[in-house]
Design a protein around this ligand. Sequence first.
Ligand SMILES: [Zn+2]
Length: 161
Amino acid sequence: MTRPLWAPWRLDYIEHASEQVGCVFCAEGAGELGDDASLVVGRGEHAFALLNKFPYAAGHLMVAPKRHVAALAELTHDEAAEIHGLTVRSLAALTAAFGPEAFNVGWNLGEVAGGSIAAHLHEHIVPRWAGDTNFMPVLADIKVIPEHLLETRNRLRAAWT
Ligand SMILES: [Zn+2]
């Protein structure tokens, strides 16, 4: 992405990022949060797709391997193939549930590139709408975000194939 979308709840993330304990991808990959609290929308054998708790846009998904690895070169063939498959299914679920006009898909490798949790690889899938910077103020109140996230998660789980 060449320009950041307005995402005010990321301020809360920046303020609290240092308080996080452990790796959220490892915890989600292992199913430690339970289905009700988990933001995972689809699982494979080696990888999984989950909503970004601090999204750049509504429906912002991430696909990550279960293993805690930082470099693309560390992925096995099976992991890489499954991440690709989960990416395709994520695009299909987002299209079915929300009908975005376009997507940004990609990796931030390393903290300087913007990877917030660079130690555990994850691919971003960001749905885009024309004029979506104007779409964001609907979600401006940070207190509504958790509820909105769970509703989004349920719609994506229902659309997952
Ligand atoms: Zn991890």
